[in-house]
Design a protein around this ligand. Structure first.
Ligand SMILES: [Zn+2]
Ligand SMILES: [Zn+2]
Length: 150
């Protein structure tokens, strides 16, 4: 089943919910803010086409990568590179390549930052595009699920 991590609009905490067609709202465990959800048949089939939080259709994918571990490894490599003349960065690259390449991808809504884990159509979604992000977030443009054409 597809799972969502919604960013609470009030306190920015993560709210974890299952894509359950019967659910029409999720409550933040930190500030009790209630987020309305609109699940449809696609979500019930584990397909992501519409964001149940903001109803947009624009998503991007990225590796499901724990940023805290990544940052810690990067700092460690930076410190070690003083003694290893940068070899630690090559090791870090290798670790990243072998370890994180195997991790699955997540889909993220450009507009509301909701994270989706496990949709079937994940690999049909494009990676992050800066121009799309800026136009959606700063100009409130709605691409309606079509990726930008250059
Ligand atoms: Zn909250
Ligand atoms: Zn959204």
């Amino acid at each position: 089943m597809m799972t969502l991590t919604i960013t609470c609009p009030e306190c920015k905490s993560g709210i974890h919910v299952y894509a359950n067609a019967a659910a029409d709202a999720a409550q933040c465990a930190v500030c009790n803010h209630v987020v309305d959800l609109k699940f449809d048949q696609n979500h019930a089939n584990n397909e992501l086409h519409d964001c149940p939080v903001c109803q947009r259709k624009d998503f991007y994918i990225q590796k499901d990568f724990n940023r805290k571990i990544g940052v810690a490894l990067f700092i460690l490599a930076s410190i070690l590179s003083i003694w290893t003349y940068g070899i630690s960065f090559i090791v870090l690259y290798a670790v990243d390549f072998f370890l994180f390449r195997k991790l699955s991808y997540i889909a993220i809504c450009y507009k509301c930052s909701t994270i989706f884990r496990g949709p079937k159509n994940l690999l049909q979604i494009q990676p992050f595009d800066h121009e799309m992000h800026d136009r959606i977030v700063y100009s409130d443009h709605d691409f309606k699920g079509k990726s930008i054409s250059h």
